[in-house]
Design a protein around this ligand. Structure first.
Ligand code: ADP
Length: 500
């Protein structure tokens, strides 16, 4: 299987795993959402149910106390309407009181309205024989109102039937306010009557939303306790908000995973590209070294065999030997420097000095090959160049690489221009050719190590792809930079910017 296919498969598998994770995460989140909402609702129901129970218990206790006090009064010998009035003053919870004996004779109230007569008749109809005989009490609903009916035994007039109707305001004040008022927390409790009207609220409801209602027991039939939560704090809102936060965090996590995958994929691709470039590099360097070596060998052998009798010819051959060995050293220096840069061991000796001699020295070493290959060289060095801090050997190497490239990548038009001029805060040294040029899209990449533009363009031209990487490293070590553009007539122009 090719490495590329293996990469695609691995990344596909990781993506699939992330997708499954996302789907599972989504499903569990949904399930959690339902469970959490149910739990919050149950909590709310518990709160409301507890409130209802407390109110119910307080009502029943107040009624028990009231009936017990009335029973005590009824057993007194002088029991009559005055005693009932005195009792009412002490038990303001009861708005209306009805008392009659077993024969239906009404003891209280003294003056009976039509309504009162109807209530008493309804009460009597509901009271069973057993209740008359054993005493006891129960809640009855007549005319839409709840009345506590109690049979009090043992009075001198035999068992008495007592009907007590609660006064709503007193109930509010005496029971609801005391049991539900001052509740803590953000939620509000309300007591709703049979028509859903709030007869009591533990705090102003304002924009609060009803969450749920719970019924009271038989003391307050048809009435309910409602729990209100401020807007945005209802169980559903809270769960939704949590879900949104989880979802956002989860989405972020997935994005990070996806971004990580993309970055890793790119890195892996890049690494394999670098590995490929490295193996090309080895082949190219070997090839590069071979050319001057075979020339040296050929000329040396010719000389050795004494086949060159002509003195000027011999001098020419010696010249070739010198130049080719210089070129060989340059190539080897390039590779050695590059390896020092790679391992972080490269050091530069930077001291202020003039640029002009450096340029001349490089041009001198290229004079012969340029001439021999039919290059026309234009040199223009401004007279007022300032000194710049430089490592002369390194800058020479950079310039030599640029000149070497200018020669390598020139076609028919063999013209090279070298110029040096002062600029804003330094010196700019240019090497321009009229050769094959560099596409704009490649102008950044050519400075990367091992990078060579598309094989067809560099085909046939020796090179290892580290020359420009070295140039870049050298100028950057001088605090400057190298740029490339195209001169108007075509070709390429490299500029070294060396700051003062
Ligand atoms: P090489 O050893 O291949 O010349 P370099 O690092 O010196 O390596 O250059 C990188 C690539 O940049 C070259 O392979 C070539 O494609 C391109 N290049 C460099 N200089 C020039 C130039 N003067 N004209 C056109 N292309 C160039």
């Amino acid at each position: 299987m090719s490495a590329r296919r293996a990469h695609v498969l691995i990344f596909g598998a990781v993506f699939a795993a992330a997708a499954v994770l996302a789907a599972l995460g989504y499903l569990s989140l949904r399930r959690w959402e339902v469970a959490a909402e149910r739990q919050l609702r149950e909590q709310a129901r518990d709160t409301a149910a507890m409130a209802a129970e407390k109110v119910e218990m307080a009502v029943v206790r107040a009624e028990q106390d009231g009936v017990a006090a009335l029973q005590a009064a009824a057993l007194e010998p002088g029991f009559g309407p005055e005693s009932v009035e005195a009792w009412r003053a002490r038990h303001p919870l009861f708005g209306a009181v009805y008392i009659c004996d077993r024969h239906g004779q009404v003891l209280y109230p003294g003056r009976l309205s039509r309504d009162d007569a109807l209530v008493i008749a309804a009460l009597r109809a509901e009271i069973s024989e057993r209740l008359w005989e054993r005493g006891g009490r129960r809640h009855l609903e007549t005319g839409g109102r709840v009345i506590l009916a109690a049979v009090i035994p043992g009075s001198p007039r035999g068992p008495l039937l007592v009907g007590l109707r609660r006064d709503e305001q007193a109930l509010n004040r005496e029971v609801l306010e005391k049991t539900l008022g001052g509740a803590e927390g953000k939620s509000a409790l309300a007591v709703l009557d049979g028509d859903g009207r709030a007869v009591f609220t533990s705090r102003p409801l304002e924009s609060a939303q009803p969450v749920l209602t719970v019924a009271f027991g038989e003391a307050l039939p048809a009435w309910r306790v409602a729990l209100y939560e401020p807007a945005g704090l209802s169980p559903r809102d809270m769960v939704r908000r949590q879900t949104m936060i989880f979802m956002a965090a989860f989405a972020l996590l997935l994005c990070v995973i996806a971004a990580g995958l993309v970055v890793t994929y790119r890195l892996v691709q890049r690494e394999s590209e670098v590995a490929r470039l490295k193996s090309d590099f080895v082949a190219n360097v070997s090839h590069d070294l071979k050319t001057p070596l075979s020339l040296i060998r050929m000329f040396a052998e010719t000389l050795e065999m004494g086949r060159v009798p002509d003195e000027s010819r011999r001098r020419e051959y010696y010249g070739v030997l010198t130049r080719e060995s210089e070129r060989l050293s340059r190539l080897i220096d390039n590779v050695l420097d590059f390896s020092r840069i790679e391992s972080g061991r490269q050091r530069y000796d930077i001291a202020p000095g003039p640029v002009e001699p450096v340029i001349h020295e490089v041009l001198e070493s290229f004079r012969h090959p340029l001439h021999q290959q039919g290059f026309r060289l234009d040199v223009s060095i401004a007279p007022d160049l300032p000194d710049v801090p430089l490592d002369a050997e390194a800058v020479k190497q950079a310039l030599a690489n640029l000149l070497d490239n200018a020669m390598k990548y020139s076609g028919e038009r063999r013209h090279i221009a070298v110029a040096a001029r002062p600029e804003d805060n330094g010196v700019a040294v240019e090497v321009a050719d009229e050769g094959i040029g560099i596409p704009v899209s490649e102008r950044e990449r050519i400075f990367e190590k091992f990078y060579r533009i598309g094989r067809s363009e560099t085909q046939g031209r020796r090179g290892s792809g580290v020359g420009l990487a070295l140039v870049k490293h050298i100028v950057e070590a001088h605090g400057g930079c190298v740029t490339v553009d195209a001169p108007p007539g075509g070709g390429s122009r490299f500029t070294l910017h060396l700051p003062t």
